[in-house]
Design a protein around this ligand. Structure first.
Ligand SMILES: C[S@@+](CC[C@H](N)C(=O)[O-])C[C@H]1O[C@@H](n2cnc3c(N)ncnc32)[C@H](O)[C@@H]1O
Length: 435
């Protein structure tokens, strides 16, 4: 068992080095990674491991390998790739007949994302000479796998696997990507949060940074957004993961209004705040307690039928993050599991867990909210709207729910309603600033 002090020490170093938020990973992930590394180094004393970390950059790299989440698969969020292909064909190509499209895949993990870009572009009619993809990740192991280009069944999810027959060769162990697609990607190892990361590069026409922001602390997210602002061409398009849209809206990029596509372009020119900003929203994979005691539903719920666990004391600010040293409630544990499953793409299982939590206690705000996000991930905006409205009924100041609702109604074309919702978020923020 690693002591709390030691774990906190390592968690805060990981935050500094790679921006990782221990909250988002769940309480046991970092502890398990440390125990794994201690065993690998033949150490039994946590204090000895801390001493090793202080003197060995190599061991830091190993610990980082053990905590990062490499989860990815080909054509993850399919519609974004269809949009990418058609955007390049309709908008970029006519203006750059002999140009070379520059694409950057940040946090590319084991390569499925940049190779999906390559296949989408080849399918859109571009030749290998017409584009270059730079793909970056901090994980050496992930990049080694990416460079080999040989994948097992876990990289091919869903039923629509048209690309496998066209771009892969079957082998006894899995599928090997054709060299002509592989050669369009250049893999680079690097830490997005390190100073002049990719400095000197000509801006990119397309940047993908998907499913990284959700694991980062608010200040690390802000730094990543500054990096993207620097690396994205003025006319460029930028893609994120489905749960990451509210974070980008907060940075002043403009949402591209296409159902199921999580992409942005610049709103005329960058409006990235020059002053440090307070984190606007903490998104779904973070655990937090909430003001459910004051909610209308809580008031009307039979207390005897509600969860026997008393909610932790509510801080003066909305959405304080629960102290991670505090044991999770039973429902918090189920919800954490549900969040992790949702992040892995196991949306059905995540839904069942949320429903289980709600069966026990209808007033669980975060379970309603997570159901809303899962519906969004399933591209069911109507259900998502319903769940997010329920979240707001329970907790009218839930700014993440408000942000997502604003996006949904904007998608539907109701800009006025979207503006009203955004105003509500602004007022909540101002109230937070006053307190
Ligand atoms: C969940 S994967 C995302 C893969 C892919 N973008 C996708 O959406 O399927 C997150 C990746 O971020 C990488 N990562 C985490 N922190 C990083 C950092 N500071 N700099 C570069 N890569 C980082 C991890 O190594 C991991 O491969």
């Amino acid at each position: 068992m690693v002591s709390t002090m030691l774990r906190n020490n390592i968690e805060s170093s990981l935050e500094k080095k790679i921006g990782l938020s221990a909250e988002s990973l769940g309480p046991e992930t970092i502890e398990k990674a440390m125990q794994l590394r201690m065993r690998a180094c033949g150490l039994t004393e946590p204090a000895g491991y801390l001493r090793l970390l202080r003197t060995s950059p190599g061991e830091w790299a190993e610990l980082i390998e053990a905590v990062v989440v490499p989860e990815t698969w080909f054509f993850r969020n399919r519609k974004s790739f269809s949009y990418l292909g058609s955007y390049v064909k309709r908008k970029w190509l006519p203006k750059h007949k002999n140009g070379v499209l520059r694409v950057l895949s940040l946090a590319c993990s084991t390569g499925e994302e940049p190779y999906s870009i390559a296949m989408a572009l080849l399918d859109a009619g571009l030749s290998e000479k017409h584009f270059r993809i730079v793909a970056l990740d901090i994980s050496k192991k992930a990049l080694e796998k990416a460079r080999i280009g040989h994948y097992g069944p876990e990289s091919f999810r869903g039923n629509d696997l048209w690309f496998r027959g066209r771009y892969f060769e079957a082998t006894p162990q899995g599928y090997r990507l054709h060299p002509h697609a592989m050669e369009t990607v250049q893999f680079v190892r690097g830490n997005i949060l390190e100073g002049q990361f990719l400095s000197g590069d000509v801006p990119y026409d397309i940047v993908l940074c998907r499913n990284l922001l959700i694991y980062l602390t608010p200040s690390a997210r802000k730094r990543v957004m500054e990096v993207i602002d620097r690396l994205l061409a003025k006319t460029g398009v930028f893609f994120v993961g489905h749960a990451e849209r509210p974070l980008v809206i907060a940075s002043g990029f403009q949402l591209i209004r296409e159902a199921g596509v999580f992409a942005f372009d610049r709103a005329v020119e960058s409006t990235l705040p020059k002053e440090p900003v307070k984190p606007r929203s903490r998104i779904r994979f973070e655990r937090r307690h909430h003001t459910q005691e004051n909610s209308p539903l809580r008031r009307s719920t039979d207390i005897a039928s509600a969860s026997p666990h008393k909610p932790p004391p509510v801080d003066s600010k909305p959405y304080p993050i629960r102290d991670r040293r505090q044991p999770a409630t039973e429902d918090g544990g189920l919800l954490d599991q549900a969040r992790r499953l949702a992040d892995k793409g196991a949306l059905e299982e995540a839904t069942s867990l949320c429903d289980k939590v709600l069966d026990q206690d209808m007033a669980q705000v975060q379970a309603h909210y997570l159901r809303g996000l899962i519906s969004l991930a399933m591209n069911n905006e109507r259900d998502a709207e319903e769940w997010l409205n329920k979240t707001l009924y329970l907790d009218p100041e839930h700014h993440d729910a408000l942000n997502h609702l604003a996006l949904i109604v904007e998608h539907r074309g109701d800009r006025e309603k979207s503006a009203q919702l955004q105003q509500r978020v602004k007022r909540i923020r101002q109230k937070e600033d006053i307190h």
